[in-house]
Structures are given as C-alpha cells and as structure tokens.
Design a protein around this ligand. Structure first.
Ligand code: IPE
Ligand code: IPE
Ligand code: MG
Ligand code: MG
Ligand code: MG
Length: 345
C-alpha cells in the first residue's frame, strides 16, 4: 500500500467514527431550524483531517493498536480513561463553524459540494448556526473526563485558538485592499486563520492524556507547520482544481482579491495580479479565464514557489514528531503531513 493509500484508509476509518459521534453529540432539537442548519455542513461531508490528527496523536501517545476497540476512550498516561473522541468532535465542530462564517465573509456559495449555509438558509441563520457550533465545541471539550486541570488547559488552548482564528480572518480580509503585503505577513495570517486549529488538534490530546510539556509543545509545533503547509496547498487548489472535485468554487480567491503566497510571488515577479481576472464581473471569471491566469502564474514559477514552501514546512513538522513513541500511529502522522500538500482536493 502506498503512503497516500495508507492515509486515505486511516482518515476514512476515523471519519466514520467521528461522524457517528457527531450524530450522538449534536442531535436535532428545538428550535429545529437552528440545529438543522448547524448540522447541515457537518452532514454534507468534509475530510475530517483535524479530528483524524487528534485521534492519531492519542493513538501514538498511548501506543494502542490503531483502530482497536473501544475507540472513544483512551487510557490516560497515568490511568483513567479519557474520552478523546469528544475532543475530536469539538475540533471538527469548530472547523464547521469557521467555514460557515468564512463563506459569508468570502461571499462563497458552494461548500462541501452543497450550497453554503447562508445560501441554503439565510445569513441570519448561518451566523446563528456558526455561533451555536462555536459554543457547543466548548461544551464537548468539557466532556472528556480528564483531570480538572487538564480540562482547563485544553479549554484554554481551544479559546486561544478561536481568538487567533478571528485575528487571522481579520488579516485575511484586510489584505484584500492592500497591495504591499509581504510573505512574512501572509505566513502570520495563515498561521492564525488555519494552522492554529491543526496545532490545537495535535496538542489537545497530549494535554488531556497527561503528556510532558515538551511533547505538547512539539505537537503544537507540528500542527503549526503542517497547518501552514495545508493552507498554502488550499491556495494552490483554489486555482487548479475544478469546483466539482473541490466542493467549493474554483478561482474564488482571484475574484475576492485574496493575497496568497502565489499572488505575492507573482507580483514580485512583475505579473499584474489584479488584471488576471475581472473581479468586478464575477460572471466573466470563466474556467478559461482561470486557466489563463494559472498559466501566467505557472510561467513565472509562483505555483512551484508555493509548493516548495509548503514542502519545507511539512519537512519541519515531521521532524517534531521525534518526541513521540515510535509506532504505527506516529508513522501515519508523518504520512498525513505529506498528504496535506499532495492532495488534489
Ligand atoms: C477548509 O478546510 C478551510 C481551510 C482552512 C482552507 P478543509 O479543506 O479541511 O475543509 P473540509 O473540512 O474538508 O471541508
Ligand atoms: C479559510 O481560508 C480559513 C478559515 C476557515 C478559518 P479560506 O477562505 O481559504 O478557506 P476556503 O478556501 O474558503 O475553504
Ligand atoms: Mg473561504
Ligand atoms: Mg477565507
Ligand atoms: Mg481557500
């Protein structure tokens, strides 16, 4: 089996477990429309990469056979069982909350292959569904049965993460009207809007299970590295992958005037990035127009530059896993890092 097939299988198995847990933890209740809208994106799909990272870290630390039963509970490093699945659901629920609000901010109509929540319902419902998921995530993070001080530390990590996502999203939006954004500013922005959730996914199971601070810090660093690489690949895929495969609108970043490492590199190399597509007329942004833009970006090496940068981050992230016991789950965490930048959707 190739490394990619191993990752796909590992993610698929854990996705099923996570989906079953979401069904149990987030039932439809009154007011029905609020909970239906809250479940709508969660049920539409999603790769479940972050909860998979969380579960694999728990498996690596406890050295249990991947996917052995019972799955929800892991023996804490000093004994009592920890409901790590509740933390995994919490992280995925935060992911869905950020996507619902992100699609309002980015004016995107398609998500996970279905209409975005603010299109399927309306903006009011989408804001509330996002807020509901946001607060539910804290409830779920409190249901892990970890020792109180570890529970508090995990909650602190989650709260800080959410604050940073808002900071990152604020930078992302403010960059749309700037033409002097630097690569360092971009990297800070993607660390905040995207990588911190991977860092939380990797560090929180270590906190809950009682790992040493050194291990928690290493896992946090792994998440920050692979998370930034993941966002760089997301920026590449926005340009290169058809909407049907991506489950979201191809070329959306060009239309919105997003600053990505690709457009920054292109601008530094003399490309008129604003002229790549006619953002004032989204209707004119056809597949052919995006293909032409991509050809120009490829011509000056901007896509290759982005891929190289992502590759460096993945290599750095994988090195940090040396702090984990050597076992199958650690190997899978290495393969996941590679997969994040090799994926085509
Ligand atoms: C999309 O994340 C949001 C970004 C940070 C780029 P994913 O590509 O992991 O989205 P889902 O959860 O699989 O839908
Ligand atoms: C999303 O970045 C980051 C968060 C959701 C916090 P993008 O705006 O690039 O994500 P997509 O491409 O819409 O999934
Ligand atoms: Mg977006
Ligand atoms: Mg966005
Ligand atoms: Mg994107």
């Amino acid at each position: 089996m190739s490394a990619e097939e191993r990752v796909r299988e590992a993610v698929a198995g854990r996705r099923e477990e996570v989906n079953a847990a979401i069904g149990e933890q987030l039932p439809i209740q009154r007011p029905e429309q609020l909970y239906e809208a809250s479940r709508y994106l969660l049920d539409a799909g999603g790769k479940r990469l972050r909860p998979t990272v969380l579960l694999l870290v728990a498996e690596a630390l406890t050295d249990i056979e991947p996917q052995s039963e019972p799955y929800r509970s892991f023996p804490g490093l000093d004994g009592s069982p920890i409901d790590v699945m509740s933390a995994a659901v919490s992280i995925e629920v935060i992911q869905s909350f950020t996507l619902i609000h992100d699609d309002i901010m980015d004016d995107d109509d398609l998500r996970r292959g279905v209409p975005a929540v603010h299109r399927e319902y309306d903006v009011e419902t989408a804001i509330l569904a996002g807020d509901t998921l946001y607060s539910k995530a804290f409830e779920f993070m409190l249901e892990t049965d970890a020792l109180p001080e570890r529970q508090v530390r995990a909650l602190d990590e989650l709260a800080t993460t959410c604050t940073e996502i808002c900071e990152g999203q604020a930078f992302d939006v403010s960059f749309e009207t700037r033409r002097d954004v630097t690569t360092d500013e971009y990297l800070e922005m993607v660390e905040l809007k995207t990588a911190v959730l991977y860092a939380a996914a990797a560090a929180i199971p270590a906190i809950l299970l009682g790992a040493d601070d050194e291990v928690v810090d290493a896992l946090h660093g792994y998440g920050l590295d692979i998370g930034r690489a993941f966002q760089i690949q997301d920026d590449v895929l926005d340009l290169t992958t058809p909407s049907e495969k991506l489950g979201k609108q191809r070329g959306s970043d060009l239309v919105e005037g997003k600053q990505t490492v690709i457009t920054l590199h292109a601008r530094d190399n003399g490309v008129d990035v604003d002229g790549l597509v006619d953002a004032d007329d989204p209707e004119a942004v056809t597949e052919a127009a995006i293909d032409d833009a991509v050809a120009e970006l490829e011509g000056v090496g901007s896509i290759e530059y982005a891929r190289d940068l992502a590759q460096e981050l993945v290599a750095s992230g994988k090195e940090r896993l040396e702090h984990l016991p050597e076992n199958e789950a650690r190997g899978l965490l290495c393969d996941v890092a590679d997969f994040l930048i090799e994926r085509e959707y």
